[in-house]
Design a protein around this ligand. Structure first.
Ligand SMILES: Cc1cc2nc3c(=O)[nH]c(=O)nc-3n(C[C@H](O)[C@H](O)[C@H](O)COP(=O)(O)OP(=O)(O)OC[C@H]3O[C@@H](n4cnc5c(N)ncnc54)[C@H](O)[C@@H]3O)c2cc1C
Length: 379
């Protein structure tokens, strides 16, 4: 049975960044993923803070060389207040990027290849066991059954939490948000370097152009509410928004990229345990309104890899430090998220009623300190 220092479950941003960081330290790493490498993912807006983390992960040079589009501002219509533009140039951290995910994910894969990470695509985690020597044994379901073993497992499988779910680790889930999204073909440059956000009766919209001919269109609502049921209805409903209509005038949906996926906020009760650790969305997942998920995945990869290297050098307390960091960060995020949704008035629908009820119930314990990273819309 092939044996590794660490097996990473999930080849998303968190998993690939952690795998290459650990392999750079000389550890023998495998990544497994149920999907294929060339799937076009969603999640483009990257805040400026992420560059510092990428520098620590050894990714920043290649990231900058890829010439992702600059994100200079957000155009926002949020509730009944007049629309406004939030410029990032004058913000504390500066302008960010509208990332081309195909190039970004290819960069992460290339770094894994460079550092000799073994990647098992189209292999879904099926069953976990621990042997008498304390090694994890992971059975995978792919074209052929494979079993891998490792001293340590990182769960980077997103909200699926494929590994920790089998351990019965509980999570706290705050809402039922789902995303309906589709990549768009458009040559209009009306929204170049700008991401657009617009609330509607049952949720909110996001649109950003990440290349001269492509953009990403998403609608966020709750899973039990009426949702666009295909790429055409997604574009048609978005085009009813006065902010989005001119930007989508020439839009053609790339129908194969239409999908619906979970977008709820949640956190694991414990994101470290006996020779395992969770990171990225698996540890804590954020409302995409925060544009924080990818930065969290990258910083989780950095801090998790640091903690793990120290753990292997008989300094286990750093795993607890990592756990505290994740929990504290999530509390800070929750407070800001509520503040942003509280600003929206004028809609009397289940989506907005639920956000107001959550705020009224005061479900968020006050965070002790804030580093200001989670200003959702920043006005
Ligand atoms: C519509 C939408 C828009 C978003 N926009 C933004 C944005 O603009 N900016 C931003 O920062 N964030 C955004 N986010 C959030 C961001 O995309 C995520 O936070 C981030 O990608 C999480 O990365 P991850 O590596 O933790 O998880 P994922 O990217 O979810 O990767 C998990 C991987 O695990 C694999 N996996 C799952 N189960 C198994 C299994 N059983 N066996 C093997 N493999 C498995 C999956 O195939 C997947 O590749 C958005 C999210 C959504 C849904």
């Amino acid at each position: 049975m092939p044996s590794y220092d660490v097996i990473v479950v999930g080849a998303g941003v968190a998993g690939m960044a952690a795998a290459s960081a650990l392999a750079r330290q000389g550890l023998h790493i495998a990544v497994i993923d149920k999907g294929l490498p060339d799937v076009l993912k969603t999640g483009e807006c990257l805040m400026a803070d992420a560059l510092k983390i990428m520098a620590r992960l050894g990714l920043s040079e290649d990231f900058l060389a890829a010439e992702h589009r600059s994100l200079q501002a957000y155009d926002v219509t949020w509730g009944q207040v007049p629309g406004y533009q939030r410029h990032l140039l004058g913000s504390a951290s500066g302008t960010g990027w509208i990332v081309n995910r195909r190039h970004f994910d290819a960069m992460l894969l290339e770094h894994c290849r460079r550092h000799k990470v073994a990647v098992f695509w189209q292999n879904s985690l099926q069953k976990i066991e621990k042997n008498a020597a304390g090694y994890w044994q992971l059975q995978l379901k792919g074209q052929q059954p494979i079993c891998l073993s490792a001293r340590f497992v990182l769960d980077a499988s997103g909200r699926a939490r494929a590994f920790v779910r089998q351990l019965g680790i509980a999570s706290r889930r705050l809402d039922k948000m789902v995303a309906t999204s589709c990549h768009i073909h458009s040559v209009s440059e009306l929204s170049a370097s700008v991401a657009s956000i617009a609330s509607d009766h049952q949720g909110w919209w996001y649109y950003a152009k990440y290349s001269a001919t492509r953009g990403s269109l998403c609608y966020f609502s709750d899973g039990d509410l009426p949702l666009p049921d295909g790429p055409k209805s997604l574009v048609a409903r978005a085009s009813e928004q006065s902010l989005l209509a001119p930007l989508l005038a020439d839009a053609r949906p790339m129908t194969a990229t239409f999908k619906r996926c979970a977008a709820y906020s949640s956190v694991l009760k414990s994101c470290v345990g006996d020779n395992w650790l969770a990171l990225g969305d698996a540890a804590a997942s954020f409302d995409p309104l925060s544009s924080y998920g990818m930065t969290s995945a990258l910083s989780g990869a950095f801090y998790a890899s640091q903690a793990l290297v120290r753990h292997f050098n008989n300094q286990p307390k750093y795993l607890q430090t990592y756990q505290q960091l994740i929990q504290q960060n999530f509390l800070t995020y929750l407070e800001t998220r509520l503040q942003e949704y509280e600003k929206v008035s004028g809609y009397d629908s289940p989506f907005w009623q639920r956000r107001r009820q959550e705020a009224a119930a005061g479900v968020v314990p006050r965070a002790e300190e804030s580093d200001g990273r989670h200003s959702l819309l920043g006005h």
